[in-house]
Write a protein that binds this ligand. Sequence first.
Ligand code: ZN
Ligand code: ZN
Length: 132
Amino acid sequence: MANPEKASARTLAGKCFCGQVRYEVADEFAYAANCHCSNCRRTTGSAFKPFAGIERDKFRLTAGDDRLLIYGDAGGHDAHCGQCGSLLYSLVREGTYVHVAMGTLMDDPSRTYLRRFQGAMVHDYGRSAAIS
Ligand SMILES: [Zn+2]
Ligand SMILES: [Zn+2]
C-alpha cells in the first residue's frame, strides 16, 4: 500500500495486461468517476469504467508508445495496447486531459476519495484487497 503522507512529486505507474505499454502519471488526479455510459461499457467490456482525470502534461508513456492502438483522433481518443488490447487511457476535452483507466494503475493514488473508486471495483468484482 502506498504511503498517503507523500503527496507531492509522487508518480503512479501503470501498465497494460501484457506489460508492453507502460505509463507514469502524477499523483494529482483532478477528478474521478465510475462511468456507466454505453461507450465505456463497450470499451472495457465491463459494467462501468472507473477512471481518473488529469491534465495531459502530467501523464507520460514510459514504454510501448509505438505499440498503441489509437481509436479516435488527435483531439480525443481511446488508447489501447496493440498487443493485448487493454484500454489504458482516453484523451479527452480537445486533447487537454487524460482519463486514466484505473484498472491499469499499479500504484494506489494517495487521495482517499480516489481510492474509493478502486475500492468499488474491488468490492464489485470480489478481488481480495484491503482498501480503506
Ligand atoms: Zn498490452
Ligand atoms: Zn463513459
